[in-house]
Design a protein. Sequence first.
Length: 106
Amino acid sequence: MTLTADFSVLETLEFDDDGFLANASDWTEDIAIAVAAVLEIELTEMHWQVINFARAEFEANGEAPTIRRITKAGGVPTKELYSLFPGGAAKTAAKIAGLPKPTGCI
């Protein structure tokens, strides 16, 4: 199932200099779809599993999960995580999930 991105949802939002959503509570699934499209990522069920895990971790801990946390607690093998979210797996996942930059990411 391919969802069409509505880029207009991004126009009224504030992003930091690194492209992370300034306010995680502004996030919606439509925003995730649009951000992923900007990053040239077509979201699959496995992407959503990581995104939902990351958002749940943020709600519970106040921080975006690191790669190690996603692979250990989220159950996604490292190699698969990098193929799902190229260009810095935890960072890219956090951008799409509307979360701040994960601690420890350069």
